[in-house]
Design a protein around this ligand. Structure first.
Ligand code: ADP
Length: 254
């Protein structure tokens, strides 16, 4: 079997994307999609920065809802699928746009998931992007292997790993770190989300030090984040003076 011809197409498409960042988490419900969406809003608050958010959580795509795009559909153009735009410089692509009913459970097997991810990379007409943020499912599954395999060809910047302070989630982070090492994806750092009180000798900071990966910061637990997500709006625009907003901005400036 020769090399997959899709790889060349993907490489060409991805040439116009400056920075490609994967967002990973060991467990579900730690706030990975929330983080991806808010990071997207934050980058795009600078008009000159072109941002794409790609949601490859095939079984539970939540990006359309939390970015205020529920019910939208993807359009086909001559140059491929057009992302759905939140604003001029913020485009989104999600499997959620292809389901007729948002409650449809997508039970796809490996090869089909792989196929859709390949198509997302090959056929979506992002135009020139400064940042592409890829929201992945929790854990390490088919989707991660596919995206790692395809993006490695075109210089992926790395992965940001989201966790909560709980030890169970931290244990899962270790697995994510191992995965990144195995597939040779650089780890940009670990973010602790929904932090309560800060204990210097535990939590993600300590773990990051122990595991020799960068600790990017903590985002406090703030119910208004959930509210902003329910409304599909940018938390950072809505509550610019909150500690959580400052935490997001600190992480981004890193
Ligand atoms: P995941 O993508 O990891 O499954 P989500 O992004 O869907 O997780 O977040 C899970 C829930 O936690 C959502 O209801 C979201 O609004 C909420 N959430 C995320 N981050 C925070 C935070 N820092 N403070 C409060 N609630 C949060």
């Amino acid at each position: 079997k020769g090399p997959d011809p899709a790889l060349q197409f993907i490489k060409e498409r991805m040439n116009s994307v400056k920075h490609k960042i994967l967002i990973l988490s060991g467990k579900g419900g730690v706030g990975k999609s929330t983080f991806t969406a808010q990071l997207g809003f934050a980058f795009a608050s600078e008009e000159s920065i072109q941002v794409g958010v790609m949601d490859i959580d095939v079984c539970g795509p939540s990006i359309p809802k939390i970015m205020g795009l529920e019910g939208e559909q993807v359009h086909q153009s001559l140059s491929g699928w057009s992302p759905v735009y939140v604003q001029d410089n913020l485009g989104v692509m999600s499997i959620g746009f292809m389901l007729s009913d948002p409650d449809d459970a997508v039970i796809w097997r490996g090869p089909k998931k792989n196929g859709i991810i390949k198509q997302f990379l090959k056929d979506v007409d992002w135009g020139d992007l400064d940042f592409m943020l890829v929201d992945t499912p929790p854990g390490t599954s088919d989707e991660h292997l596919s995206i790692a395999q395809y993006l490695k060809e075109s210089e992926i910047d790395g992965a940001i790993i989201i966790t909560t302070p709980q030890e169970v989630a931290l244990q899962d982070v270790r697995k994510e770190i191992d995965f990144c090492k195995k597939v040779k994806i650089p780890i940009l750092g670990v973010v602790e989300n929904m932090s309560g009180f800060i204990c210097p000798n535990c939590g993600a900071k300590k773990m990051a030090e122990d595991l020799n990966v960068k600790y990017l910061g903590s985002i406090p637990l703030d119910p208004r984040i959930g509210k902003a997500c329910d409304m599909g709006i940018s938390f950072l625009d809505e509550y610019p003076d909150s500690p959580a907003c400052r935490a997001y901005l600190d992480i981004i400036s890193d």
